[in-house]
Design a protein around this ligand. Structure first.
Ligand code: 13P
Ligand code: SF4
Length: 351
């Protein structure tokens, strides 16, 4: 996607994100952003940095990044580049994953230290307990986990390849129990999408993301009522995921117009679909990316409250400070990184 010119930030941010972040893009604030954006643009080549931003980042960070994408896309992008520095605008586990991938080849910095409620829903003692009861069991962890959890996992998956990773792990380990963690909603959708022969062998960990868990069935029904011609793009972490999936599988109206997708999958689906209007069932930042990338179509957030305060801890001012002061650096204990590497490599290769 071609980046906006600084002169267009004010109009375009208000056009594509005025309703997402009411009152944010005043003339004065956009002028401050432009001043910071110009400094970032000048510093990036001097620092030999690669700036990447997750789809949930504020527009000004998306516009300042060399690449915008989902967890899997950004991991693959970072893996394929040879820049000695990465500035990762996302949440901490994403920075840790990038650092594990690049190893000593590059330093990884982040504008802040944002956590993630899904990561925080993990109780490590429960994993240890499950492993003790299932000594030959297989652990599949969603990428939204800390490096320590990744290190005790056999596979890492993202929302884009979770069903395929489940299929792969079940095929390679017939008869073994599988623990899928931490997101129970993503887990149940992925089981339904997979062709795992015996789903009773899969244990779902009881975790969830506070932003997506709040997106319930009522919000979907109301959105469909308001937009009778729209398709629904829904992230599998949503609280309504299991109900919605069963309706999708039964072909119930209006759920034949609902599609479970990772954030990057939403872009591809909306580009290819004949539909002109979409309801977006995930964090608000994704709506900006969709509107920017696919200008001929209309995108509505399913909920004005679907904002991740962790993702939004990153700001352009903090990115600039990080570039100027070489902080905040992400480090991962080499022993933990070594143990997590194989599971992350599987995530990068299973399509
Ligand atoms: P993606 O894997 O789609 O980037 O999602 C990451 C995330 O944090 C979702 O809330
Ligand atoms: Fe974590 Fe949820 Fe924020 Fe994604 S939206 S980073 S899962 S808290």
């Amino acid at each position: 996607m071609e980046k906006l010119r600084f002169e267009d930030w004010y109009d375009e941010f208000n056009r594509h994100a005025g309703d997402l972040y009411p009152g944010r893009y005043t003339r004065e604030f956009v002028d401050e952003l432009i001043a910071a954006g110009r400094k970032v643009r000048d510093l990036v080549p001097r620092k030999r940095s690669l700036v990447v931003a997750h789809n949930y980042q504020f527009p000004e960070l998306q516009e300042s990044a060399a690449q915008v994408g989902d967890s899997l896309g950004l991991s693959r992008y970072v893996a394929a580049q040879d820049s000695p520095r990465v500035d990762f605008c996302g949440v901490w586990f994403m920075g840790e994953t990038a650092k594990t991938i690049v190893g000593d080849r590059a330093k990884v910095y982040m504008p802040d230290r944002p956590g993630c409620s899904l990561v925080e829903s993990i109780d490590y003692a429960k994993i240890v307990h499950w492993k003790r009861r299932n000594p030959d069991g297989i652990v599949i962890s969603y990428v939204n986990t800390d490096a320590g959890t990744k290190a005790v996992s056999d596979y890492i998956c993202t929302s884009r390849n979770a069903a395929k990773v489940l299929d792969h792990a079940a095929r390679r380990n017939p008869g073994k129990r599988i623990l899928f963690l931490p997101d129970k909603f993503l887990g149940s959708v992925s089981i339904a999408q997979s062709s795992v022969a015996d789903p009773t062998l899969i244990d779902l960990y009881d975790g969830c993301c506070h932003v997506h868990a709040k997106i319930g069935e009522t919000a979907l029904e109301e959105a469909f009522d308001r937009r009778p011609d729209a398709e629904l793009l829904i992230h599998p972490e949503c609280g309504c995921a299991a109900h919605c999936m069963s309706k999708v599988m039964q072909g119930n109206s209006p759920y034949q117009r609902a599609f479970f997708l990772s954030t990057e999958g939403m872009i591809r689906h909306a580009q290819a679909s004949p539909a002109k209007e979409f309801i977006v069932g995930t964090e608000l930042g994704m709506v900006y990316r969709l509107r920017r990338e696919i200008p001929g179509k209309t995108f509505h957030p399913v909920s004005a409250e679907a904002t991740c305060e962790y993702m939004k801890m990153n700001t352009l001012g903090k990115l600039l400070a990080s570039l100027e002061n070489d902080e905040i650096e992400v480090t991962v204990d080499p022993e933990i990184a070594g143990k997590a590497q194989l599971a992350i490599d599987r995530m990068l290769t299973i399509q």
